[in-house]
Ligand binder design. Structure first.
Ligand SMILES: C[S@@+](CC[C@H](N)C(=O)[O-])C[C@H]1O[C@@H](n2cnc3c(N)ncnc32)[C@H](O)[C@@H]1O
Length: 342
């Protein structure tokens, strides 16, 4: 993204959601504000939808990921979650449509400062007032501290939260993705829905051509897809962050669940995925590692203190105690090779 310009890529999903209302009557994802917030007439929206014969593939994916995220969000609210964070919100209108207002829900929309300023303008022009439960939080994921800014805006880190993170992961570098997952994982019982892209070879030929075209368009506006993942790699990343309970929904599944609702959908395979992940490190595994480690180190401490060498790691008895502790730790790691998911 250019530092002082709103993400022009935020326009694409907003146009797809608007086109879905006109062409498919919102059958996957009903959003009565989609056209209004965009500020473009129906004619423009239809022109966009008909610009490319494969555009409806994007319309299916973008509306399905929103539907999956909002269904998961409703489930989270039913389970008692009261904080919702929309990362890279773009022109998302969930906060305007939220049916959960009476449940004292807080919605934090986090976005690049320039995109967020543009959204404020769009809302004002469309005469859409900010609802009282919505808090706008400007953050550049590549430069700013998400944690500090969110907490500064009133986010409660000791309460569970639902994170919606749509259309953003492909634009971030792996370090930024890792640190956001780390942060989500640091909030007990948190949940996240996000989407990701596979490498180009997982797209069928016609769609791959469209992707190449889009990549060139992105470069022209100084935006780029920076991260792609194989499903197995994504699963490993999720587990390494303690997201032991997750569902990875691929494009075939999306097509079979929702494809009938999109007019004129052509055939074709796309390496696109939507993930719903819950942070629940296995308690059993946690207990096993904690007790194995503490008993090994307790043994080391006891030996050292009995022999008066508590702080003598290089002495004979200190060496023995430490070796013993290390041996036990190695054994416990071998048992826990699936850590932290077990
Ligand atoms: C393709 S849009 C998706 C918007 C929205 N989630 C949707 O589905 O309509 C990508 C969003 O990610 C945001 N974004 C991209 N890079 C960012 C960064 N480094 N920091 C903060 N936001 C970023 C953009 O501002 C934009 O809102």
């Amino acid at each position: 993204m250019k530092p002082n310009e709103p993400s022009r890529m935020a326009l694409i999903p907003a146009r797809q959601r608007a086109a879905h209302q006109v062409l498919d009557h919102g059958s996957i994802f009903y959003d009565p504000f989609a056209i209004n917030i965009l500020g473009e007439g129906e004619k423009n929206v239809l022109q966009f939808a008909n610009e490319h014969p494969l555009a409806s593939i994007g319309r299916l994916f973008i509306t399905a990921r929103s539907r999956i995220a909002e269904d998961a969000l409703s489930g989270a609210v039913e389970r008692g979650i009261r904080q919702i964070v929309i990362l890279g919100a773009g022109l998302d209108t969930f906060a305007l449509r939220s049916p959960h207002g009476a449940r004292q829900i807080r919605i934090y929309e986090v976005d690049h400062p320039a995109t967020q300023a543009w959204k404020r303008l769009r809302l004002a022009e469309a005469q859409l007032a900010l609802p009282p439960w919505l808090i706008l939080v400007p953050v550049d994921f590549e430069r700013d501290h998400l944690r500090e800014t969110l907490v500064g805006a009133g986010f409660q880190e000791n309460s569970p939260a639902f994170f919606s993170w749509l259309g953003v992961v492909p634009y971030l570098r792996q370090e930024a993705i890792g640190s956001i997952l780390d942060y989500i994982a640091s909030i007990e019982n948190s949940e996240v829905v996000f989407d990701y892209m596979e490498p180009p070879q997982s797209f069928s030929e016609e769609i791959r051509e469209l992707i190449t075209e889009r990549t060139k368009q992105l470069e022209k506006i100084d935006e780029r897809w920076a991260s792609r993942f194989e499903p197995a790699g994504m699963a490993a990343i999720l587990r390494s962050h303690g997201f032991c309970d997750f569902e990875d929904i691929n494009f075939q599944e999306i097509r079979s669940r929702f494809g009938r609702a999109v007019q004129g959908l052509p055939p074709g395979q796309a390496g696109l995925h939507v993930v719903h992940a819950k942070h629940q490190p296995s308690r059993q595994a946690k207990r096993r590692v904690t007790s194995a480690q503490s008993s090994a180190c307790q043994t080391a401490r006891e030996r050292s203190s009995v022999q008066g060498t508590r702080y003598a790691p290089f002495g004979r008895t200190g060496d023995f105690a430490i070796q013993n502790c290390r041996r036990s730790l190695l054994a416990s790691r071998a048992v826990l090779s699936g850590w932290p998911c077990g």
